[in-house]
Design a binder for this molecule. Structure first.
Ligand code: NAD
Length: 371
């Protein structure tokens, strides 16, 4: 199979789908890898390193027109829609529910789309989302450290245990991969950390991994209202269902917080769990609502592009390789967990969440594949 890796064009996006060692995995299995010139530079990988592993460096047009499968990271942007064609396999983090125009283009052009974020494993976890979430959670805490600095407009409070001083308090909503990543760093700096979740098992799993300066609370309105009054940093790491119109942190609740509290919305769902969330970019990541600093960036891992690229690549390449080795139809037939990620199949929408969010007809991946 010919696998094409384009350069990402999203604002401030520096990751790329494949590292040089990822290229080797395909080449050793007899596949051809086309990489757009300079695609890896944002992650510190030079064209020559890819060529040394057997890749061919070329331009975006050749990548899209000459490949059987496009292997990338971010959603498709309008300038990429013209390259789509019937039967082209695209494996990427589509997030199709958020982008109606992308969904229109993929359905109209009848591509076969595998959404990395929806691929599951046998425990119903999201193995291709997890690495990004961990980096997102950790990167979110590092952003809190940056924006608490006076020189960056913050309160000047160091988010660490400092001899003779009160220990800062970090509150984390959600004990999933992002929440755990954030808690690990925040606790490692000696802060008092509170992790809240509605799922007792998730709290229990987190408790086994985190040190004693982390407490675990059930997430409910009363508890959250109490905790946010003494919180220095509130981190939202809850994946909020797209159909929900309520919020965990409402605008009114911001009035309970200290004026120098920082909100880091890692989940970054506009009008989601944090009512006052707006999607920002790395160029302009923060804004104030009700006097509270908000940091909301939906591609935090891009700031850590080298780490993110290596992490994404090691998680996604085995699935992409399976598709390349078996062909997309057999790979999907053989693996019910890969099938969970099938979002577009030759003109059919096969992702329920996007169907419900965008009010479109959808069918199951099984129906689309004739199983
Ligand atoms: N901004 C970024 O760059 C970036 C990067 C990676 C991930 N993310 C996003 O971060 C979010 C979290 O990802 P994840 O992989 O950790 O998700 P996850 O599903 O592993 O964890 C979410 C946790 O939230 C808990 N939860 C649900 N409702 C809750 C509530 N009312 N109160 C407290 N906890 C609640 C769930 O039980 C679960 O344990 C996702 O929306 C993901 O898309 C953002």
């Amino acid at each position: 199979m010919i696998i094409g890796v384009p350069k990402e064009i999203k604002n401030s996006e520096y990751t790329v789908a494949i590292s040089p060692s990822g290229v080797s995995a395909f080449v050793e299995n007899g596949h051809t890898v086309l990489i757009e010139e300079g695609a890896g530079l944002g992650s510190g990988f030079y064209d020559e390193e890819y060529v040394a592993r057997g890749a061919i460096i070329t331009d975006k047009e050749t990548i899209y027109h000459g490949s059987d499968m496009i292997f990338k990271v971010k959603e498709l942007l309008p300038s990429e829609f013209k390259y789509l064609r019937e039967g082209l396999i695209i494996m990427t983090y589509f997030h199709s529910n958020a982008y109606r125009d992308e969904t229109d283009a993929c359905l109209e052009k009848k591509i076969i789309g595998i959404a990395c974020e929806d691929v599951q494993d046998k425990n119903e976890n999201y193995p291709l989302l997890r690495p990004m979430s961990e980096i997102g959670g950790k990167g979110g805490f590092i952003a809190a450290c940056n924006y608490s600095q006076k020189i960056n407009g913050g309160s000047g409070k160091m988010l660490a245990r400092v001899t003779g001083l009160k220990i800062p308090h970090i509150t984390i909503l959600g004990a999933g991969s992002a929440g755990l990543g954030a808690a690990e760093l925040a606790a490692g700096f000696g802060n008092k950390v509170t992790v809240l979740d509605v799922d007792y098992d998730a709290l229990n799993r987190a408790k086994e991994k985190l040190p004693l300066n982390v407490e675990f609370l059930h997430s409910d309105y009363e508890t959250i209202c109490e905790v946010i009054q003494y919180t220095d940093v509130l981190m939202n790491c809850v994946s909020w269902p797209k159909w929900r119109t309520d919020h965990i942190i409402t605008r009114d609740m911001l009035k309970l917080m200290k004026k120098d509290t920082i909100i880091i919305d890692v989940a970054c769902d506009i009008g989601g769990a944090v009512e006052t969330c707006r999607a920002m970019t790395h160029n302009q990541p923060v804004y104030f609502e009700e006097g509270i600093l908000h940091y909301c960036v939906d591609n935090i891992p891009s700031a850590y592009s080298r780490t993110a690229t290596c992490s994404i690549c090691s998680a996604t390449v085995p699935y992409a390789l399976d598709i390349a080795n078996k062909g997309v139809y057999k790979a999907l037939m053989d693996d019910p967990y890969l099938r969970k990620g099938l979002c577009f199949y030759l003109g059919n929408l096969t992702l329920e969440e996007t169907g419900l969010k965008q009010g479109r007809p959808y069918i199951s991946p099984e129906e689309a594949l004739g199983i």
